[in-house]
Design a protein around this ligand. Structure first.
Ligand SMILES: [Zn+2]
Length: 113
């Protein structure tokens, strides 16, 4: 199974995949194109990802449905990430984008480009 997955990756069928980690990540070690979900199946609290525009900011999303705003993160068969709703960065670069089935879709081009 792992081999099939690697082949898909090498062909860049999708960009974003999910990695589940047990503790908050060290911001210096975050890789591009990975959505880090903190927790396990029983408790998921936060998702972290690097801003795709290249500004190097870390975006932190609350996955706690009882709070607002919150997001939901889904994992496809090959690990590809879907995040809903869209991610709208309110500070810094003001990026606004979707991640659907591992693909990055810009909602609008940032005024700061
Ligand atoms: Zn950015």
């Amino acid at each position: 199974m792992k081999k099939v997955r690697d082949v898909f990756w090498s062909y860049k069928k999708f960009q974003y995949k999910i990695e589940i980690i047990s503790d908050n990540p060290n911001p210096d070690t975050l890789k591009d194109n990975i959505v880090y979900v903190v927790g396990g199946k029983q408790y998921i609290k936060w998702a972290y990802l690097k801003c795709p525009c290249g500004c190097n900011d870390i975006i932190m999303l609350s996955l706690d449905q009882k709070k607002y705003p919150s997001w939901s993160v889904k994992q496809g068969k090959l690990g590809q990430a879907t995040i809903s709703p869209s991610i709208d960065k309110l500070d810094g670069c003001h990026s606004h984008f979707f991640i659907k089935k591992g693909r990055l879709i810009w909602a609008q081009y940032s005024r700061n480009f």
